[in-house]
Design a protein around this ligand. Structure first.
Ligand SMILES: Nc1ncnc2c1ncn2[C@@H]1O[C@H](COP(=O)(O)OP(=O)(O)OP(=O)(O)O)[C@@H](O)[C@H]1O
Length: 257
């Protein structure tokens, strides 16, 4: 499904923190949303998930205004993984991941075999099968992050929106996560990730959106967006550039002079 933002203006309290942003997220692609701390990335992602009402503009899912969709339908289509999500109840990993199936169940409907298979697939995809009977409150930060990702994947949403999903993961699991979302997009789904890691963005995203002080200042391929001018002007850094296996990489090297 295509998720479009048109001229989106978003407020936090009395402040406008996102100004007139338009973008199209398309099936089959992994989009990265980048920008300095406080640029408005999380607020934008929440609005794309239908969790933050716009002060102006609109979000449409396959042409339909998000605000018109029933909450249940929206939750089935749009999987949202918040930044630094936590679980306060000592539920088992399996039960937490099974919560991801709720949008597929009617009010009094019990989970069936298909729900169980979807939970198993999500546990396997995120490599947390071995943790399935552990209380989620007793996991390490990185393990918990993978379990919460599994909960979103268990819902098999057509669009996955994840806010800094690799923060706190070790390098193996960062790369594994990015490969996983590429496969997910490869199945015809839409993926958008808020990322701070410029290398993962360069290597795994098809399209990048660069936010600065709530405005979309650049969009395009990683090579177009991560150019020295943008890194200098928006992030205040200079970087070392290279290429490996035909893919670009960017190593932040110092503050801009
Ligand atoms: N609940 C809130 N109430 C008031 N202001 C908020 C609230 N949440 C965020 N803001 C402000 O809105 C602006 C955008 O915040 P947002 O979390 O969207 O930025 P971000 O780009 O995701 O930042 P980061 O990279 O630090 O996570 C910031 O100036 C922030 O202080």
């Amino acid at each position: 499904m295509t998720l479009e933002a048109r001229d989106l203006t978003l407020e936090q309290g009395s402040r406008t923190v996102v100004h007139g942003v338009s973008l199209d997220l398309e099936p089959g692609r992994v989009a990265g949303i980048l920008g300095p701390n406080g640029a408005g990335k999380s607020t934008l992602l929440r609005a794309l998930a239908g969790l933050h009402a716009p002060a102006g503009g609109e979000v449409r899912l396959n042409g339909e205004r998000l605000s018109r969709l029933r909450g249940h339908d929206r939750a089935r289509e749009l999987g949202y993984l918040p930044q630094a999500a936590t679980v306060h109840w000592p539920l088992s990993v399996e039960r937490v991941v099974a919560l991801g199936r709720l949008p597929h169940l009617g009010p009094w409907q019990r989970p069936g075999a298909e729900d169980g298979y979807a939970v198993d697939r999500a546990l396997a995809a995120t490599g947390v099968e071995g943790l399935r009977h552990r209380p989620v409150t007793q996991l390490s930060g990185g393990e918990r992050a993978r379990v919460l990702l599994a909960r979103v994947l268990a819902g098999e949403p057509s669009t996955l929106l994840a806010d800094e999903p690799v923060a706190g993961l070790d390098p193996y699991h960062q790369v594994h996560f990015m490969e996983l979302v590429r496969d997910y997009a490869g199945q015809g789904r839409t993926v958008a990730l808020v990322l701070h890691d410029l290398n993962l963005a360069a290597r795994f995203c098809d399209r990048l959106y660069l936010l600065d002080e709530g405005a979309l200042v650049a969009q395009g391929t990683p090579r177009e967006v991560l150019d020295p001018r943008h890194l200098g002007e928006v992030f205040g850094i200079r970087a070392v550039y290279g290429e490996q296996d035909g893919e670009p990489y960017v190593v932040p090297w110092g503050r801009a002079l």
